[in-house]
Each structure stands twice: as structure tokens, then as C-alpha cells.
Write a protein that binds this ligand. Structure first.
Ligand code: BMA
Length: 314
């Protein structure tokens, strides 16, 4: 039973059974928050940010037949890692999963002398390899593109600081091998209102005829702290650091009780988007109040239309 706190109607519509993953989804969880989901054959697989009763952050794998009812492993992922130096994980959160060249690659914020970006891979969601730390501290919100562009892998990232980061621009970079990254390009920074403090990439971008559709988070600061919203942009297909359109309004914001109350109040943090090509439904998974996970949906065609109709000029 959820309580409506306001009458606004953003583009993304919440699944009526939200939150689909409650904070106590597994016995050890204080919260299950920003989590990533992907289609896996006829089923779904996910990587979940779980906070324990000691309030540490680690990643757990999970499986689902319908993407709504989840069976999350009670123990965190045990990463196989060839490099002893990076195999001691202090904390991990905000994973993104992409299907790339036949494997499932993951990027996440990994504690290594500060928030760093780790790259992992799995083929079956049972055995996981931690490949490397691909960006040093301080960085968060790294998201791989689902294909190479002009022969190179592409990844969004968001330089940050050791704390709660009162700034943040989205950049992207290129790589020949997924390990060594360079050729950094500025994509977008804060604007006004809900995205006036910082922005960061959300789910893996969706390729469309109009460009890459990127759902991102925007943050505004008030006397009560930071509030997290979701917006969307369309980026050039071949030069994806070029923003063609970007929403002035948010498409999802914290208005429901489970988004406004929790470990961190007023947070809707989009992490994954699963597109059904048959129905055109785009199902967005988002962390709510750093405590639980919700789903919100729209048609991809409606999102594209909305972005173009509600974009900033220039
Ligand atoms: C960001 C990240 C997210 C979190 C958000 C709100 O900096 O750490 O994991 O959801 O803050 O606390």
C-alpha cells in the first residue's frame, strides 16, 4: 500500500506493485537499492546493491522469470580476480550491466582508496570475474555503451570526490580493449531546477534511429539535502558526446512514500532500462530512497517524443 504525496504526472509510470524489491528482500539486507537488470534468454538476471546490517555496500546476483519477482543470492558475489592488489573489495555499489559481444560486462563504483570504477564480466551470472579497475578515484556512474562506435568501446563516467560530491558532469571516453581508457569528452553538466547541482548517466543507453537515448539522474540541493530525479537526453549516434535534446522537466521524481522516506530521503536513481522490442515498453529500474527498488515504464517511442518536445533550446 503506497501513499501518493503529490499529484504530478511525470512521463514514467510506476509499476503498481512498487517497490518490487523491498529493503528486507534477503535476511542480511538493511536495504536493496540501486540495482541493474538485464534480459537473459527468456528470463532476467540482476546485480543488486545490498546494504547489510553493518551498513556496508556489496553486490549480490539475482534471478527472475518475469523481472518483477526476484530471487537474490544471500551472499555477495565472490569475484574471481587475477590481481591480488585489487581483489580486496571495500565496498561496491551502483552496478550497470551491458550485453557486449556475447558477454555480460559490469561497471560499478568500487572502493579502492576512494570511489573507483571496476569492470567485471560474467557469461552465466554464476561465475564472475573482476577484470580491472579501469578508472581511479574519484569517479562514479560509469556506464558502457552496448556496441563499439567507430571501432572503439565507449563509456560514460562522472568525476567526483571522496564525499557526497556537490558537483558532477557527465563525460565519456574511448578504449580499444575495455581496460585502458582515454579521449575524454564532455557530454553535459548541470542546468537548472531538478538538475541544478549535478548529473550522472543512468541505464545503458538505448540505440534508436534518432540517436542514443540516455536516461540520467539529476540532483538539486535544498536546505534539506539533495534530491535525485531522472531525466532523459538524445545523443548523436556517431559522436555521442553531442547532446541533441535534453529534457527540461524530470521524467520521474521522488513523490511516493518509499521514495521520500528511507536511508536517504527523496531519491529516485535510475540504473537499468529493459526495452521490449515487441511491445516497445521500456521498463526502468530505479533505486528509491537508497532503500528499495522500483519499476517505472513508458513506451520508448513516447519517451523519444517527450524528450524532443520538452527539450532545452541549445
Ligand atoms: C549518489 C550515489 C548513489 C546514491 C545517491 C543518493 O552519490 O552514492 O548510490 O543513491 O548518492 O544517496
Amino acid at each position: 500500500m503506497t501513499q501518493k504525496l503529490s499529484g504530478n504526472e511525470p512521463l514514467l509510470k510506476r509499476y503498481p506493485g512498487n517497490p518490487v524489491i523491498p529493503r528486507n528482500a534477503i535476511p542480511c539486507s538493511d536495504g536493496v537499492l540501486n540495482s541493474s537488470v538485464i534480459k537473459f534468454g527468456d528470463e532476467y538476471r540482476g546485480i543488486f546493491t545490498v546494504t547489510s546490517h553493518a551498513r556496508g555496500f556489496l553486490l549480490h546476483a539475482g534471478r527472475s522469470k518475469d523481472g518483477i519477482n526476484w530471487d537474490i543470492n544471500h551472499n555477495p558475489i565472490q569475484w574471481k580476480c587475477k590481481t591480488q592488489e585489487i581483489s580486496q573489495i571495500q565496498y561496491s555499489y551502483d552496478p550497470r550491466i551491458v550485453f557486449l559481444e556475447g558477454k555480460y560486462y559490469m561497471t560499478w563504483c568500487n572502493g579502492y582508496h576512494g570511489p573507483s570504477i571496476a569492470l567485471g564480466v560474467t557469461e552465466n551470472f554464476e561465475n564472475f570475474e573482476l577484470i580491472e579497475l579501469v578508472l581511479p578515484p574519484c569517479n562514479r556512474n560509469a556506464v558502457l555503451f552496448p556496441r563499439k562506435i567507430s571501432g572503439k568501446y565507449v563509456m560514460f563516467h562522472r568525476p567526483s570526490d571522496m564525499g557526497h560530491t556537490l558537483f558532477g558532469d557527465i563525460f565519456l571516453c574511448f578504449s580499444n580493449d575495455l581496460i585502458y581508457w582515454g579521449q575524454h569528452r564532455f557530454v553535459m553538466g548541470p542546468r537548472d531546477g531538478w538538475q541544478s547541482l549535478k548529473v550522472g548517466a543512468g541505464p545503458v543507453p538505448v540505440e534508436t534511429d534518432e540517436g542514443w537515448v540516455l536516461i540520467y539522474h539529476g540532483v538539486m540541493r535544498s536546505c534539506n539535502g539533495c534530491s535525485y530525479y531522472a531525466g532523459a537526453a538524445i545523443l548523436d549516434l556517431e559522436e555521442p558526446w553531442k547532446v541533441l535534446y535534453r529534457t527540461r522537466n524530470y521524467i520521474l521524481g521522488p513523490t511516493e512514500i518509499y521514495e521520500c522516506v528511507g536511508n536517504v530521503p527523496n531519491v529516485t536513481f535510475p540504473v537499468a532500462a529493459v526495452h521490449d522490442e515487441q511491445t516497445d515498453e521500456l521498463r526502468v529500474y530505479y533505486g528509491a530512497a537508497d532503500t528499495c527498488v522500483g519499476i517505472a515504464t513508458c513506451k520508448l517511442a513516447d519517451l523519444i517524443h517527450y524528450i524532443k518536445e520538452n527539450s532545452y533550446e541549445g
